[in-house]
Design a protein around this ligand. Sequence first.
Ligand code: ADP
Ligand code: MG
Length: 400
Amino acid sequence: MNTMTPILPPAWLGIMGGGQLGRMFVHEAQSLGYKVCVLDPDELSPGGAVAEKHLCAHYTDTVALQAMADLCSAVSTEFENVPALTLDFFEDKNIYVAPASHCVSIAQHRALEKEFLGQCAAVSGIGPVPYEVISAGVTNASDFANLSSDLFPGILKTIRLGYDGKGQIRVETISDLEKAWASLGKESCVLEKRMLLDFEVSALVVRGHDGEMKAYPPAENIHRNGILHTSVVPSPSLKNKPELIEKITKAAFHIASEMNYVGVLCVEFFVLKDGSVFANEIAPRPHNSGHYTMDACVTSQFEQQVRSMARLPLGDVSLLEPVAMLNVLGDSWFKTTKQPIEQEPAWDRVLSYPSAKLHLYGKASPKQGRKMGHINCLGETAAEAIKTCAAVAADLGIEP
Ligand code: ADP
Ligand code: MG
């Protein structure tokens, strides 16, 4: 097949994973007239529930992969931890995979990711925070004495399968590090220097099959317990700092082109008080900090993912209105203090705000820390959007 030919509706698109990102991808693909096949081992997956076809099987189940290959013209993934051989399966069969397997494998391995970000720094001027790799079976706890004291206080992170702050332990000393590493089962990790952050921003870019690139306005992100809490656009801290916006956008473009990336890519950055910037991690997919695009931009990040994997021209990334996105976690279902009982949050209050757009993911059971939905609060200014966001958060019992 000519790899420049666009894939047009009503073709089938495949997506690995049916969590909330898969579900929102399905909605956008369907509204453009595509049919979607979701592969997810969870019978109740939010994405599987809304797709034309849900293959309920493991990601390495070759019968299911073949069924998807028979149906779909292009395949993408909602999460970076998809086994490498899964995407390879489609690439080997000449099914268009975006982002490609080699991009996903960098992002699913913290050490490779940091090494790659370090290489990109030669051009972009933005590298990873100081770190050291701790390799299972190679490193011994006795080697820790040789670590630079500059890495402390630090954060120990597992090389694989970390998300929402999971697989991370803060360490103050070498003896903390020994305990932390043992508690992570002595698997391969990176030890990162813990930086004193002024603020965090993410760059959301999209790159087409022909190398065309577009950048959404960066989002300013606040995390709580390692989980994204709010994203605000335009970023209040980047106000009057066009050179910094340009620097991080160029860095994200450089990262995308270096990987020959196709699709939506998010790059998380740390900004310190002295103005220095570090690249934290990359997500080879639409990202939680890009959910604001669903209501505040001409083209949402999910439509953009559809466009890029279908080899269509990219959509307009312009911001229509300032926005503050609030994540709704399962915690909002358990507000009673003494004996927590599950209770549906006050959606009537949330829905009483004309400029607050509620997105619920249809997950079967709320749990502490589980992402259940988000709310995009629009405003004439970022300050106004933040004000609405704070009011909505208060209505849901979310601490300011
Ligand atoms: P995840 O893959 O779970 O998103 P991250 O590495 O992005 O993991 O860490 C989650 C959050 O923890 C970051 O957004 C940031 O707030 C904080 N964090 C992570 N690494 C560092 C660091 N080296 N210094 C300071 N804060 C950090
Ligand atoms: Mg992160």
